[in-house]
Design a protein around this ligand. Structure first.
Ligand code: F6P
Length: 359
């Protein structure tokens, strides 16, 4: 049996741990059943499948990679909206090429480790007749059909650690700190790291903020003798006013600042005169070794994926629901976003201890 495998989209911790788990489970099963398994690793996500860049992997390639960050296969972003567009320079029909390479390599199936965009392409390939198994990956935790995706917990540890470290300098200098956390469309990472790190204000895309409400929090803290405030803001957080703008107007406004944290910083500075600092950990949040939780999750996802391959149960994504791994049909997942419900328990408990969401 020949199994193709690729990692697609933004990298995260746990990709290697998941690759290792898929491969080891397949090799173990093949050995037990006296079968022959060949794994073909595509370079840099869908790019490798389109342009025929791949390596024949062997068992040793998947050893010693459990704790290593990034992906041994490499990754790239191949936007879904361009996947059917013929490449102007090369004339390449990407979907046709992917199907041709899959057939030429005589693959039984293709395993895709990816987030939302990659899952849309995975579903498209399924519709085109390829046997697909996907694994839910992203630090954003915004994949529909799974309670958690691998990478989220590791990124959450890092973002929390950033807020922890900012705490000591913030209280010593009596400053307002804005820590910008990854997440353009959803606020899971900011919500979790914000609560875990003891942020005073958490701003997420799902809850538009009112600057005056943030100022109220800062003033109240000052009056109570707490001269510092920590604001955890998701990259995609928006003010109430911004939600009323057209998309291009909003984009133009945002383009005036390096990112949302700087916009809020300038506005707060103008309105209050307080000393404000911005910290943007950025891609740091996606780097380094996966935390133990993710290592276990990746091992479970990988083993579940291998089991599906052995049963030839294709066209689904491996995720986790209520503590059990599940195989969710790709057509149910593709194109959907798992946003933070504004009345979820995490938001409610944060509010009940006095954390403001600027609303
Ligand atoms: O989807 C993961 C993510 O890290 C987002 O949180 C972030 O907004 C985005 O990717 C950054 O993308 P890139 O690595 O392409 O700059």
């Amino acid at each position: 049996m020949r199994v193709g495998i690729l990692t697609s989209g933004g990298d995260c911790q746990g990709l290697n741990a998941a690759l290792r788990a898929v491969a080891k489970s397949l090799y173990e099963a093949a050995e037990k059943n006296g079968e022959d398994i060949k794994i073909i690793g595509f370079a840099d996500g869908y790019k490798g499948l389109i342009y025929g860049e791949y390596s024949r992997m062997n068992r040793a390639d998947f050893s010693g990679i459990l704790t290593i960050g990034g992906t041994i296969l490499g990754t790239s972003r191949q936007p879904f909206k361009e996947i059917r567009v013929i490449d102007e320079e090369t004339g390449v029909d990407k979907v046709r090429k992917m199907k041709e390479n899959y057939a030429r390599l005589n693959l039984e199936c293709l395993v895709i480790l990816g987030g939302n965009g990659s899952l849309k392409t995975a579903n498209l390939l399924r519709e085109e007749g390829l046997n697909i198994i996907a694994l839910a990956k992203t630090i954003d935790n915004d994949i529909y059909g799974t309670d958690i995706s691998f990478g989220f917990q590791s990124a959450c540890d890092i973002a929390t650690n950033v807020i922890d470290c900012i705490h000591s300098t913030a209280y010593s200098h009596k400053r307002i700190f804005i820590v910008e956390i990854m997440g353009h469309k959803v606020g899971w990472l900011s919500l979790y790291a914000g609560i875990a790190g003891g942020a005073d204000v958490i701003l997420i895309p799902e809850i538009p903020y009112d600057l005056d409400k943030i100022i109220e929090v800062i003033k109240k803290r000052h009056q109570a003798g707490k001269k510092f405030t920590i604001i955890a803001v998701a990259e995609g957080a928006m003010s109430v006013e911004e939600t009323l703008l057209e998309k291009d107007e909003r984009k133009a406004l945002r383009a005036e600042y390096p990112s949302v944290a700087y916009k809020i910083s300038e506005e707060l500075q103008n309105k209050t005169g307080y000393e404000i600092r911005v910290t943007v950990p950025g891609h740091f949040q996606r780097g380094g070794t996966p935390c133990p939780y993710d290592r276990v999750l990746c091992t479970r996802f990988g083993a579940a994926a291998a089991e599906l391959i052995l049963k030839k149960q294709y066209g689904c994504m491996v995720g986790i629901k209520s503590g059990e791994t599940v195989a969710v049909p790709l057509e149910e997942v593709a194109g959907k976003l798992k946003s933070v419900p504004v009345d979820c328990e995490e938001v409610k408990s944060a509010k009940s201890i006095g954390i403001s969401f600027g609303d």
